[in-house]
Design a protein around this ligand. Structure first.
Ligand SMILES: Cc1cc2nc3c(=O)[nH]c(=O)nc-3n(C[C@H](O)[C@H](O)[C@H](O)COP(=O)(O)OP(=O)(O)OC[C@H]3O[C@@H](n4cnc5c(N)ncnc54)[C@H](O)[C@@H]3O)c2cc1C
Ligand code: HEM
Length: 504
């Protein structure tokens, strides 16, 4: 009997799924592209109906504006008039109307948390939502004082919520003449570097640790100068993270520095804004006629580890509007050969990006020149590797750049998953020219008998003697469901239709 774990890859709630089943982009009328929207926002037209005035909006007032031609929506406490955006929304008018006259934050985040709505809707801003005066304790997570710092004298605040109290990390710091070490006690077993991002820019230190759905942040403007390079260690068993700074001058520090807004806060990750760092394009190579392999260099003070099954957001300014899209880092070779590549070093991150000539973002990525910068977010996603601990057989169903999340998982299982029995990739493409990394896949096929790649083409030439067709129940039941393996994980990634078909 086939034992398919209830968890699959990417996880059902992951954005790697591309979108929630059944909801996708709708065809827009001509003249309604992102560039057309940007032009409209720059035209000077009054898009709010308030001639630039900002107002406080009550819930009652918000609820009145719930029609297509008069549609207000609240996102993260800010109210926007989205009536003019209606025809430009790639998800369609009906989708946008689901949050008409209401708080759309949750719906928005479920669908596309990465979309930079505040930049895109700058000219549509009506004002803030007026909060009813209620008796609440001051939000302790945004305090700027040093709290829970063992090195200091503050006692822990008893008003903390239960979850926060139970899991809240603490930190301490100590110093030598040469080093300052900040220790974060996460209280988590198996805490690894994958959950930590550290940035050091203009003497501001930002360290974020992800614990389940929560994010713990240290944000400090350092009192003294330190070298750019920061070392980060994880003491996995003890659940400790050490951030080691190298002093420029051997003076004794009295404090770490000035604690900035958000410092020592422990909040739901979804409430934490994305943090971006500037990354330099260092190489760009063609993988196929429309897909490039791009390598970006992280800033020296920002080591970044992107866990398997996770992605990041790339941000570019397009005609003054910040546009963001998700991309999945890949290792530059299917099975990493440290001799061949610098990717093992965490300061380089590679992406396999398909360029849509009529797309809004990828053509801009294609236009980047070596030495140009892009902004890159912290890793996002939800694929704990513990999910695959007992899996022996892996089936990968990929279409086009849906291969990208599979690359690092393949790399991981071939190198570190000792119980791996079989990994089978079904790679769906239109034509032979669309098959990404065909040679690398064939080489892996030859090099390791546990791996098998099958290419399936929907529009092959007459010369093609391989598999033909599209993803279908017949194909899947013949090749997967008939198999007699135990402990199987089926991974599927590609465009919405492909994923929906595969899951159904
Ligand atoms: C978690 C995640 C990870 C991803 N990882 C990768 C990756 O590693 N590599 C990669 O290449 N991509 C990846 N993507 C896809 C990527 O984020 C972009 O969606 C992709 O690059 C296209 O963006 P674009 O702005 O260039 O094109 P878009 O403007 O989104 O257009 C793409 C295509 O859709 C068409 N289109 C646009 N709007 C509409 C509409 N309203 N109706 C009908 N058709 C429309 C366009 O004509 C074009 O052909 C990932 C997506 C997710 C969600
Ligand atoms: C809160 C209600 C909203 C819902 C339910 C909704 C729904 C959707 C859906 C279903 C898609 C298609 C998903 C895909 O194929 O990737 C989409 C795309 C999009 N929406 Fe929304 N949306 C909402 C609000 C907004 C708002 C306020 C903006 C403002 C800028 C916005 C901007 C976009 C953009 C830019 C895309 C294209 C995303 C991409 O290609 O990466 N949406 N939306």
């Amino acid at each position: 009997m086939l034992n398919v774990p209830s968890t699959s890859f990417p996880a059902p709630s992951s954005q790697q799924r591309v979108a929630t089943i059944g909801r996708s982009k709708v065809p827009l009328k001509p003249g309604r592209s992102l560039m057309d929207w940007i032009r409209l926002t720059k035209s000077g037209k009054d898009l709010t109906g308030l001639r630039g005035r900002l107002i406080d909006v009550t819930e009652e007032e918000l609820a009145k504006h719930n029609k297509k031609n008069d549609c207000w929506m609240c996102i993260r406490g800010m109210v926007y008039n989205v009536s003019h955006y209606m025809e430009f929304h790639p998800g369609g008018e009906e989708e946008l109307m689901r949050a008409a006259g209401a708080d759309g934050t949750e719906l928005f985040d479920q669908t596309h948390r990465w979309v930079n709505y505040d930049s895109m809707l700058k000219e549509c801003l009506i004002g803030r939502i007026a909060v009813k005066p209620v008796s609440i304790l001051k939000d302790r997570t945004t305090g700027v004082k040093e709290k829970n710092c063992l090195n200091g004298t503050m006692a822990p605040d008893n008003a903390a919520e239960v979850t926060e109290k139970e899991f809240r990390p603490r930190y301490d710091w100590f110093q030598t003449d040469a080093l300052v070490t900040i220790v974060i006690y996460t209280q988590q077993k198996d805490m690894s570097l994958e959950f930590v991002t550290v940035d050091h820019e203009e003497n501001i230190l930002r360290a974020e640790v992800i614990i389940g759905d929560f994010s713990y942040l240290l944000l400090i403007e350092l009192n003294h100068e330190v070298h750019m390079e920061i070392n980060v260690h994880a003491k996995e068993k003890a659940g400790k993270i050490e951030v080691v700074l190298q002093k420029k001058h051997p003076v004794a520090w009295k404090t770490l520095g000035r604690y900035l807004e958000g410092h020592d806060s422990f909040i739901k990750s979804s409430q934490r804004g994305h943090h971006y760092r500037k990354c330099k394009l260092v190489s760009k190579n063609d993988i196929s006629y429309n897909t490039r392999l791009l390598c970006f260099e992280l800033p020296q003070g920002s080591p970044l580890h992107v866990p398997v099954g996770h992605h990041v957001y790339l941000k570019l300014s397009i005609s003054g509007v910040e546009v963001v899209k998700p991309y999945t880092p890949v290792s530059p070779f299917l099975i990493l050969d440290p001799q061949k590549t610098a990717c093992g070093q965490s300061q380089f991150i590679y992406f396999m990006i398909k360029i849509y000539s009529d797309g809004s973002f990828s053509p801009r990525i294609d236009q980047l020149k070596i030495g140009d910068y892009v902004l890159m977010s912290n890793p996002q996603g939800n694929f704990p590797l513990s999910q695959i601990e007992t899996v022996e057989d892996f089936f990968f169903l990929a279409a086009g750049t849906g291969l990208t999340p599979m690359v690092n998982l393949l790399n991981h299982i071939f190198k570190r998953h000792s119980i791996l029995r079989k990994a089978k990739l079904f790679f769906f493409n239109r034509t032979e020219d669309d098959i990404l990394w065909r040679d690398q896949l064939i080489q892996l096929n030859l090099a390791d008998e546990r791996f098998e790649a099958q290419f399936i083409l929907s529009e092959p030439t007459d010369k093609w003697d391989g598999y033909k067709g599209r993803i279908s129940l017949t194909l899947l039941s013949e090749r997967i469901l008939k198999s007699d393996q135990k402990n199987v994980l089926i991974c599927i990634c590609g465009p919405n239709g492909f994923v929906d078909e595969g899951i159904s």
